[in-house]
Design a protein around this ligand. Structure first.
Ligand SMILES: C[S@@+](CC[C@H](N)C(=O)[O-])C[C@H]1O[C@@H](n2cnc3c(N)ncnc32)[C@H](O)[C@@H]1O
Length: 287
C-alpha cells in the first residue's frame, strides 16, 4: 500500500450511507460520515448527491456493502457484552475509519493500522475534535514487516488483563505469513479468555457463480487501488490456524447464519455474499 487505504474509505462510506438510507439501521455509525473527507463526505451528506452518485455504486456491490455494516454490528454486539463483564481494553487491528472510539469511552482503544492510513485518520479527528480522545491510542504498524507484540506492549497494553480484539476487512488483504505472525503475536500478548472477532472470505472454488462475479469486482477495485486480495481461507484452515496458536473457536458463522441473525426480520431485501464468514475466538486458559 503506497498511500492511505482507499478500501478503508469505502468501508466507512458504506457505513455512512447505510446509516442515512436504511431504517432501522443495523449499525448506528453516525461518525463515519464526518471521518471521511470531501468529495465523499459531501456526496454522502447531500440527499440528491447520494442518490445520483453513491446509490448506483452501491447497487453494484450491495451484498458486500451490507456485510461491511453487519461485521461491525456483530463486533460491537460482542464487544458491548465483554465490556459489561469488565473488559477495559479494546484492540482494533487494521482499524481504518472505525469509529467505535469516537462514540464510546468506556474502554481504552488501541487502534493498529498501516502508518499512512492512520496518519490520515489522525488528521481528520484533530481537524474535527481539536485533539484525540484520551482513551484512544493510535499505533502505526505494518503487519507484514513489524511486530504486533512490540507495538502493543510499547503503547501501554496490559498483557495480564483480558482484552477484546477485532480485525475486520483486513485478513483478506494480508499475506498468509503476516496473518500467521499476527495471530502468533496475539497469542503471546493476550491474557487467557481474551476474545478476537474477525471476518474472512472462503476460497473461490466454493463460490457460486454470482458470488464469484461479485468477488472479482471487489478484487479488481482493490487491485486498481493497490490493495489486492491475498488470503482466502476455508473453515478447516481457519480452525487449524487458530487452534495452533491457542485459540478456541466460539462461533464461526456462515453467510446463512449471519443472515438469520441480522437480516431475517427486515423487509428491505438486504442480503450478503455466500463466501463471507464471521468468527469469534477465545484464547485458551493456560492452566
Ligand atoms: C478494508 S479496510 C478495513 C478497515 C476497518 N477495519 C473497517 O472495517 O472499516 C482494511 C484495513 O487494513 C489495513 N491494512 C491492510 N494491510 C495492512 C498491513 N500490512 N498492516 C497494517 N494495516 C493494514 C488498511 O490500512 C485498512 O485500514
Amino acid at each position: 500500500m503506497k498511500s492511505h487505504s482507499k478500501t478503508a474509505q469505502f468501508a466507512a462510506a458504506h457505513r455512512a450511507y447505510h446509516f442515512k438510507s436504511c431504517f432501522p439501521p443495523i449499525l448506528d455509525d453516525d461518525a463515519a460520515e464526518w471521518l471521511l473527507s470531501s468529495p465523499l463526505s459531501t456526496i454522502l451528506n447531500v440527499a440528491l448527491l447520494r442518490w445520483l452518485f453513491w446509490r448506483p455504486l452501491v447497487a453494484k456491490v450491495k451484498p458486500i456493502s451490507t456485510f461491511i455494516v453487519i461485521r461491525s454490528r456483530y463486533t460491537e454486539d460482542n464487544l458491548r457484552y465483554f465490556i459489561s463483564n469488565g473488559c477495559r481494553q479494546y484492540v482494533i487491528l487494521g482499524a481504518g475509519l472505525d469509529s467505535w472510539a469516537l462514540r464510546h469511552d468506556d474502554a481504552a482503544v488501541f487502534e493498529l493500522d498501516h502508518p499512512e492510513t492512520q496518519q490520515w485518520k489522525k488528521k481528520r479527528i484533530r481537524s474535527r475534535l481539536g485533539s484525540l480522545p484520551s482513551h484512544l491510542i493510535l499505533i502505526p504498524v505494518n503487519f507484514e514487516t513489524e511486530s504486533v507484540t512490540d507495538a502493543l506492549i510499547g503503547h501501554g497494553f496490559d498483557p495480564l488483563s483480558s482484552a477484546f480484539l477485532s480485525c475486520l476487512g483486513t485478513i483478506c488483504y494480508l499475506s498468509y505469513e503476516a496473518l500467521k505472525k499476527t495471530f502468533a503475536a496475539l497469542s503471546e500478548v493476550c491474557a487467557s479468555d481474551s476474545r478476537v472477532v474477525f471476518d474472512y472470505f472462503q476460497p473461490k472454488s466454493s463460490m457460486s457463480s454470482p458470488d464469484l462475479q461479485l468477488f472479482e469486482l471487489l478484487d479488481a477495485g482493490g487491485r486498481r487501488r493497490g490493495e489486492p486480495i491475498n488470503t482466502l481461507l476455508s473453515t478447516e484452515d481457519t480452525a487449524r490456524l487458530l487452534n495452533s496458536f491457542g485459540f478456541r473457536i466460539i462461533e464461526d458463522l456462515s453467510a446463512h447464519e449471519i443472515t438469520e441473525r441480522y437480516l431475517s426480520q427486515r423487509k428491505d431485501g438486504l442480503n450478503i455474499p455466500g463466501f463471507v464468514r464471521l468468527c469469534c475466538v477465545e484464547k485458551w486458559s493456560d492452566n
